[in-house]
Ligand binder design. Structure first.
Ligand SMILES: Cc1cc2nc3c(=O)[nH]c(=O)nc-3n(C[C@H](O)[C@H](O)[C@H](O)COP(=O)(O)OP(=O)(O)OC[C@H]3O[C@@H](n4cnc5c(N)ncnc54)[C@H](O)[C@@H]3O)c2cc1C
Length: 309
């Protein structure tokens, strides 16, 4: 119930335009976001490496851009970001949303923009990851991925365990030696599209994670990103991986900045691959409300930030 209400809010124009103006909402978002500027994200990435030896991914927040000039400006921002990361000498990869680069304006617009970003990142030897949004975007996002990956090998894609179609999509990506980030899925989807019961989503994530760690996937060169904060699930995957000779650096756990920090440090301390996704930018409201929906107890943090400090 609370999750559905929050996911509705994440799309509501009045909420998107009004709530971010309130100081208590702005204060609460800081828990998940070091700041709105690229420099804030790069500063946090530097601290994560220096203090915990955890490298980062960064994402410039925004989605569903409906104007071609704005999509181009987002593209130029990412190109500048690729250069800034190289200049800072940091191990930071890029993660971006297809609709932020213009997918709603047509696949050609998104492809042209994405090709410019992947080419710029490749020039600096860097990786780019494509996020996965609502289910209506899965086919065009996979098309974009397959087309661009043919020319740019350091290019990864996200798949969502909650979708009924994901096992088939995964099978189609494994022989390509793709880089796949597996997530449970953050959007409101109907039951004919996505598993409605959380325990089934957790099981699907486990099944798909171990599929990505199977010998044929490893031989094909699949880069395995397991993006979850679910410590119990991570331990289950670790036990399976150790028992099946897929331990060590066979996969990388990816988590969000400010969430499950103890687990991030435990994994890094045990020599496992970990990467933290740091978000920045002024259009944080829909993204932030999806974070609240993932754990409705987070709403308590927002309400507590209303109290005088
Ligand atoms: C690096 C990364 C990239 C992602 N990219 C995408 C994407 O492209 N598309 C997409 O649909 N989704 C994406 N997601 C979000 C993902 O789909 C889930 O919604 C999110 O990760 C929560 O699920 P979970 O696997 O952590 O497990 P859950 O079972 O939801 O949570 C397990 C535990 O983790 C902690 N936790 C989880 N979320 C939160 C939170 N918001 N605040 C505080 N504690 C929390 C809690 O302790 C919770 O009990 C991404 C997530 C990560 C980490």
């Amino acid at each position: 119930m609370i999750r559905s209400a929050l996911l509705w809010m994440s799309e509501n124009s009045w909420c998107k335009n009004t709530l971010p103006r309130y100081g208590f909402v702005r204060r609460a978002v800081r828990r998940f976001m070091p700041g709105e500027e690229l420099e804030d994200a790069l500063g946090a990435a530097r601290s994560m490496v220096e203090q915990h030896r955890i490298p980062a991914l960064i994402t410039f927040l925004g989605e569903n851009v409906a104007d071609e000039a704005e999509a181009r400006s987002v593209t130029n921002h990412y190109i500048h970001t690729a250069e800034a990361i190289a200049a800072a000498g940091l191990d930071v990869e890029l993660s971006l949303k297809p609709t932020h680069l213009g997918l709603d304006l047509g696949i050609d617009v998104a492809e042209e923009n994405l090709r410019r970003v992947t080419a710029a990142a490749e020039a600096w030897g860097n990786w780019v990851w494509l996020d996965m949004e609502y289910s209506r975007y899965v086919d065009p996002t996979l098309d974009l991925y397959r087309s661009i990956r043919a020319d740019h090998p350091k290019f990864g894609i996200c798949l969502q365990s909650y979708l009924h179609r994901t096992p088939d999509d995964l099978e189609s990506l494994i022989p390509l030696g793709s880089a796949v980030r597996l997530v449970k899925g953050a959007y409101a989807e109907p039951p004919d599209v996505a598993l409605p019961v959380k325990a089934d989503v957790d099981q699907a994530f486990f099944d798909q994670a171990i599929r990505m760690l199977a010998p044929d996937a490893r031989e094909a060169g699949v880069r395995v990103g397991l993006a979850t904060h679910d410590a119990r699930l991570i331990r289950r995957i670790e036990s399976w991986a150790e028992a099946n000779g897929a331990g060590g650096d066979a996969c990388e756990y990816q988590m969000l900045y400010g969430i499950a920090e103890q687990e991030q440090r435990r994994l890094a301390g045990a020599g496992k691959g970990v990467r933290v996704l740091i978000s920045y930018g002024e259009h944080w409201f829909p993204w932030y409300v999806r974070r609240l929906a993932e754990r409705p107890a987070n709403v308590g943090f927002v309400l507590r930030s209303l109290l005088p400090r």
